[in-house]
Design a protein around this ligand. Structure first.
Ligand SMILES: [Zn+2]
Length: 240
């Protein structure tokens, strides 16, 4: 790789996740560079390379006009990209994930608080990649979950009723409110999300619960969540 080259991870509609190199993209005169802004939706021509494919032409279909100027929204877009990259293997056809990410990035490009959209995306991504978090039935005994503190199981891959807690000593107890909001996010379409308002302590609890579940599947922490927490602590009233 030359010093002026850049490697991109692309999510494609037909071929899943691909890593490709844009030759000379760091040069000020590069013709490719202006189109290769993060999170744009593009039509690209790639040529097969020895290790990585090479991006030879780019046409922008949807440019994310405001994301680059809004730190909070941009950081959330990074988070969506990170979790997507973690859950999608390379070169595996994932059209549902492509649609989902495309729609979520478009939504993030509009004014609004991105937090709830990120949680909605996490639940939806888990569902389309085969790791749906069942918020309605106990993963241990199969009984319907009722309005009481239930546990997010780690080994059991779902929510456990109090009778089944001994199955999973590393689980995390979820309050009734956390479960209520998660269900509401889960049931709502992306367009209806703004109706839900949540206080910051509860929001933190929900974020941590979903992060724990995703981490138990992806077996790694998400660095984007740590960055988002830092942004919130230093500048809680950033642009929305
Ligand atoms: Zn149970």
């Amino acid at each position: 790789m030359g010093e002026t080259d850049r490697v991109f991870t692309l999510l494609t509609r037909d071929r899943g996740k691909i890593r490709a190199v844009a030759k000379g993209a760091r040069k000020p005169t590069s013709k490719l560079a202006p189109a290769l802004d993060y999170f744009n939706r593009c039509r690209m021509i790639l040529s097969r390379g020895r290790d990585l494919d090479v991006i030879t032409s780019v046409e922008v279909l949807d440019r994310r006009e405001t994301l680059g100027e809004r730190v909070n929204a941009f950081s959330h877009a990074c988070h969506l990209a990170e979790v997507t990259g973690r859950f999608v293997p390379e070169r595996q056809d994932v059209p549902e994930v492509y649609q989902l990410l495309s729609a979520a990035l478009q939504e993030l490009d509009r004014p609004g608080e991105p937090w709830i959209l990120a949680r909605w995306y996490e639940l939806a991504l888990l569902a389309v990649t085969g790791y749906r978090l069942d918020l309605y039935r106990c993963a241990g005994c199969g009984n319907e979950l009722v309005a009481e503190p239930n546990m997010l199981g780690i080994q059991s891959g779902g929510v456990l009723c109090p009778n089944c807690w001994p199955l999973d000593p590393n689980g995390r107890v979820m309050s009734i409110n956390v479960q209520k909001i998660l269900r509401s996010i889960d049931r709502n379409g992306m367009g209806e999300l703004s109706r839900v308002s949540i206080d910051p302590a509860l929001a933190g609890e929900i974020e941590a619960t979903l992060a724990l579940y995703m981490r138990s599947i992806a077996e790694r922490d998400f660095s984007s969540l740590k960055i988002l927490r830092e942004i919130r602590e230093t500048a809680p009233y950033f642009d929305v």
